[in-house]
Write a protein that binds this ligand. Structure first.
Ligand code: KIV
Length: 294
């Protein structure tokens, strides 16, 4: 595997129809997560606004701010991953004005992202153009856009009618023409994702969008079995780290309570001089320590 950092230009043309390997994107929200994801050989680490549900305990992504996202992007960037770092623009960070959107995108870039992602269709064209105009690469996100949960009336599969599928196709083409270098397609029928993928010259990355995208993305906590929720049907869980972690914590608690932790090897020991200076066991609150001086 090459050790060169992955860049936006190197990803822009990654179409499976042209023989490219499918792109792999995984979310991460902190330095250890980014190290794990990068060591796993992914192409893109997405610092998703799903940090809201997966790390911060919120029920939806509407609660996170640009300051929250910058904090998590910076933590991920400290892992200096080889993969491309994409920072998610949170709700209300690109809805008020284009100037505001560009400034907020720049905040994520200065925190360490190399591109930003934002949700929505044709209504986002002005901000996408403005952000790209500021030399910041933009990944689009179409279909089930979690920041629209209230407008959608829940997390529902989108583009289920011919008109809705056509609207999604039109939006994808318009946003690609505006310069988006890739798209997340979330929660859409596989045939719709396949058609959009075929129509675009930039890669699509699916989540709950079937097998015919140019890549796939999963949320770190879903993939590793760290989440509290029952994952949606499009998730494949590759490990159950939540269960392994609970077992480990329970073992620690049992060892502490039974006196098995810490052992002599896990303790620091006083020098002979210190032991002597501390005096006999019965006079010292510190008690008698073996005099190995480590
Ligand atoms: O925030 C996120 O995790 C996302 C993925 C679902 C693509 O946007």
């Amino acid at each position: 595997m090459s050790t060169d950092r992955i860049t936006v230009p190197s990803l822009r043309a990654r179409k499976t129809r042209d023989g490219a390997e499918p792109l792999v994107m995984v979310t991460a929200y902190d330095e250890p997560g980014a190290r794990i994801v990068d060591a796993g050989g992914v192409d893109i680490v997405l610092v998703g606004d799903s940090v809201a549900n997966n790390v911060l305990g919120y029920n939806d992504t509407l609660q996170v701010t640009i300051a929250d996202m910058a904090h998590h992007v910076a933590a991920v960037a400290r892992a200096t991953p080889r993969c491309l770092i994409v920072g998610d623009m949170p709700w209300m960070s690109y809805h008020l004005s284009t100037a505001d959107a560009v400034a907020n995108a720049a905040t994520l870039i200065r925190a360490g992202a190399q591109a930003v992602k934002l949700e929505g269709g044709r209504a986002r064209l002005p901000v996408v153009e403005a952000i790209i105009g500021a030399e910041i690469p933009v990944m689009g996100h179409l279909g089930l856009t979690p920041q629209s949960v209230l407008a959608m009336g829940g997390y529902r599969v989108q583009a289920r009618t011919a008109d809705a599928a056509q609207a999604l196709m039109d939006a994808a083409k318009a946003l690609a023409a505006a310069g988006c270098f890739a798209f997340v397609l979330e929660g859409v029928p596989d045939v719709v994702a396949a058609r959009v993928t075929e129509a675009l010259d930039v890669p699509t990355i699916g989540i709950g969008a079937g097998a015919h995208c140019d890549g796939q993305v999963l949320v770190f906590h879903d993939l590793l079995g760290l989440g509290a929720r029952t994952p949606p049907k499009f998730v494949r869980q590759y490990a159950n780290l939540g269960e392994a972690a609970t077992t480990a914590v329970a073992a620690f608690a049992a060892d502490v309570r039974s006196g098995r932790f810490p052992s002599d090897e896990e303790s620091y020991h006083a020098s002979a001089e210190l032991t002597e200076a501390l005096g006999p066991d019965e006079e010292s609150a510190l008690g008698a320590a073996p005099s190995r001086g480590d």
